[in-house]
Design a protein around this ligand. Structure first.
Ligand code: C2E
Ligand code: MG
Ligand code: MG
Length: 715
């Protein structure tokens, strides 16, 4: 027989959801999404939803019908439309403590664990509401009728107390009576004795202050007085109670005046053990304020702390620094090694950061590979740059993830309260902008916010929007920059450099659009276009009988780790008939830092094909030189920063070291950014093989390069 199916109209479903208190914090669109994503379950009468001891994997919202919650033979309660159940096991990760089955045909919405995490764990108010419902419900269910019978038996014969007992909240299990002058207990019910470990005789030898050592006697006297003088009918407070064996437990106490009154008033204490509630509050606080992967504060807690830090700083005339940190090329690691490796890396990164920071600083995970460091109470904003450097340096040593040694850099953007904004939102946005700037500047660096960045950000959006169209509209072109042999002065090769001639934005340089192309992964198509265009051009020069100089093409990290790379290159070579040794690929050190095992495998394949490989911008990365000897590399390209200030002692030492290293590894060196004759001569002295730079030629369009090849000019 087919299962019966009961439908609920979507509108009605939404109306029901809106009446549920824990969902009232959600935006309507969120509610709709929740309703759509969740499984709707329709059940016949007497279908079991779960049984006592089952592992809890979902919570349920009743849309229609009635659900019975039971323990063994006992019915505990029933759930009607607009209520929810089963959530306890998701918060506490304990097996079900009760069973649930339908009484009549019913429809439920099933919220699974990951939805619960997504919707509720990120919403502290919703969690608090769930918690309140839970604690009220557990009180009702667990103590139910029994406590009131106990109380009545215990106080039999004391008619006024019995009356009070009946009229009072039934969920307070332990009841004691004490003398407000001496705080000495006069009597207690058996549950109070059981829970505290005292015999009824012993309890009469004890005072309330001994039982509640944190309670201030003066405060207790004032509370009792307000009851005796009938200013208040009842007072309640939370405190820790001490058992006979010395252990303590958190309790909520309610005080009420009993007895004949007059000259001998007595005070009744209702005690509720709130251990479970406290634990639940802790769990919820943990879920609502901390990131479950790294244990770091999350966005909610960061916002709270930021608000406090900013308020304190403006009161004390201090500054607050916000460091926005994003890992470089984290996505590549996730994509190539899997999420588990990515998660482990995030955990290790968190540990390293926690180690450098002071107690009063906060490092929070904002999600993904984004972190924020909050430095409160600064008197000198200079301190932040030093800290950013320290963070960068702490990321330099390899991360050991399984069998892999990974290197990862990060880019940091810094904004300072009150200099870069008075509002938290502005400060966060500005640190984010500065972080993007750091990425643009080549990553693994930090950048302080400046107002001009807002303009840059607008530009960036325009870049992203237009770039997608640009490939189709053939707005990209290649320029070529000659590489010069420093001994013979002849052209030894050329580098293909991408240019974007955009009708909307004018001539856009690669540093402006390559990072955007990488983020949007448009670099895959764009990079293919570069490779094909460069090889086709080489073919044309070849057919024209011009000297066959090697052409180098820059590869982005994303292209490099793309599984199709080797096939793609082979195809292009076949298609154009270019011999492999005429093609060179320029990769940056960061490619090798990602995942050395993968990089080595790809490099080996490429070199087996006969393609030459250069390490671009060499000397700027954090990579260890040790890996070089195992790799099939042909050129080290000395970064232009070392060439620019070659007369600085450190730079000249680095340049010398790179040349010596390359020679010992049988590699050639090429210097970038050579602009002056002095620089050229210095490099010649060092025995550097080749050079590239404005001194010889800027990158030039195809036509000009053709002329240069025809004249065979010497430099
Ligand atoms: P790169 O590969 O290090 O290229 C050298 C850069 O230095 C070029 O900048 C070039 O114009 C510039 N340059 C050359 N000689 C001098 C000089 O004497 N002084 C100074 N100050 N600069 C000089 P460009 O063309 O703006 O390219 C910047 C970067 O963009 C390149 O750095 C490369 O990493 C990237 N790029 C360029 N084309 C492509 C491409 O087709 N694919 C990929 N993935 N990246 C590319
Ligand atoms: Mg290059
Ligand atoms: Mg370079």
């Amino acid at each position: 027989m087919p299962e019966p199916v009961y439908f609920i109209e979507p509108d009605k479903k939404k109306e029901i959801l809106k009446t549920i208190d824990v969902l009232s914090f959600f935006h309507e669109s969120t509610l709709e999404r929740l309703a759509q994503e969740s499984k709707e379950v329709s059940l016949k009468p007497d279908s079991v939803i779960f049984e006592e001891g089952d592992p809890g994997t979902a919570m349920y919202i009743v849309l229609e019908g009635e659900i019975l919650i039971y323990q063994g033979e006992n019915s505990l309660t029933s759930m009607l439309p607009g209520t929810f159940f089963g959530e306890m096991s998701l918060i506490e990760s304990v097996p079900r403590t009760a069973g649930a089955r339908t009484l009549v045909p019913s429809v439920l919405l099933e919220i699974n664990e990951s939805q619960f995490q997504e919707y509720f764990a990120t919403q502290p108010q919703a969690l608090m509401a769930i918690m309140k419902t839970l604690s009220a419900r557990s009180r009702k269910i667990s103590t139910g009728l029994t406590s009131s019978t106990h109380v009545r038996q215990d106080f039999n014969g004391h008619s006024s107390t019995e009356d009070t007992v009946i009229s009072l909240d039934e969920h307070y299990r332990e009841v004691l009576v004490f003398d407000p002058k001496t705080f000495q207990f006069i009597k207690a019910n058996s549950l109070a004795c059981m829970d505290t470990g005292f015999t009824p005789e012993e309890i009469k030898q004890t005072t309330f202050i001994e039982l509640a050592p944190h309670l201030d006697p003066g405060k207790l006297t004032r509370m009792c007085d307000s009851l005796i003088n009938k200013i208040r009918p009842m007072v309640s407070f939370e405190t820790a109670l001490k058992r006979k064996d010395g252990t303590t437990y958190p309790a909520e106490c309610k005080l009420q005046l009993v007895g004949p009154g007059g000259s001998q008033p007595e005070i009744l204490v209702w005690v509720q053990d709130i251990t479970e509630r406290k634990q639940m509050e802790n769990t919820i606080r943990q879920m609502a304020y901390y990131d479950s992967l790294t244990g770091l504060p999350n966005r909610n807690l960061l916002n709270d702390r930021l608000a406090v830090a900013v308020a304190n700083a403006s009161r004390n005339n201090q500054k607050v620094a916000i460091l926005f940190l994003d890992l470089d090329h984290f996505k590549t690691i996730n994509d190539s090694l899997g999420h588990e490796a990515g998660d482990q890396l995030l955990q290790q990164v968190s540990l390293r950061m926690k180690e450098i920071l002071r107690k009063q600083d906060t490092v929070a995970r904002m999600g993904g590979d984004e972190f924020i460091v909050l430095i409160p109470g600064l008197t000198d904003a200079d301190h932040t740059a030093k800290l950013a450097e320290k963070i960068l340096a702490s990321m330099a040593p390899a991360f050991k993830i399984g069998d892999n040694e990974l290197y990862i850099g990060c880019s940091i953007g810094i904004s300072i309260f009150p200099d870069d904004g008075m509002e938290i939102r502005t400060l966060l946005k500005n640190s984010d902008l500065a972080m993007y700037r750091a990425k643009e500047r080549g990553r693994n660096t930090f950048e302080l916010y400046t107002p001009s960045m807002n303009f840059k950000a607008m530009e960036r959006l325009a870049v992203e929007k237009n770039m997608r169209k640009a490939l189709d509209r053939e707005e990209f072109e290649l320029h070529y920059q000659p590489k010069i042999n420093l001994k013979s002065g002849q052209i030894a090769g050329m580098e293909a450099l991408l240019r974007w001639d955009s009708p909307e934005l004018g001539m856009v340089m690669p540093n402006q659009f390559i990072p955007v192309a990488e983020e949007t992964r448009l670099i895959i198509q764009l990079g293919h276009w570069v490779l094909l265009t460069a090889c086709e051009q080489a073919k044309r020069w070849r057919e024209a009988g011009l000297p066959e100089v090697p052409i180098s093409v820059n590869l982005s990290v994303i292209q490099f780790t793309h599984p199709n790379l080797v096939t793609e290159i082979t195809k292009v070579l076949e298609q154009t008939g270019i011999p492999p040794h005429q093609l060179e690929l320029e990769i940056t050190e960061s490619v090798l830092m990602q995942d050395t095992t993968l990089a080595v495998a790809i490099l080996k394949k490429l070199s087996e094909l006969g393609i030459k490989i250069s390490i671009d911008d060499f000397g700027t990365g954090f990579s260890s030189l040790n890996y070089l000897k195992n790799l099939p590399l042909d050129y080290l390209k000395i970064d232009r920063t070392f060439v620019k200030d070659y007369n600085l002692q450190t730079n000249s030492a680095i340049t010398k070291a790179i040349v010596t290293l390359a020679q010992s590894l049988n590699m050639k060196t090429i210097a970038e950014g050579v602009e002056t004759v002095e620089q050229k001569e210095y490099l010649q002295e060092l025995n550097c093989d080749e050079a590239q730079g404005y001194l010889f030629s800027k990158p030039i369009p195809t036509q000009q390069m053709t002329e240069l090849l025809i004249t065979g000019k010497k430099f």
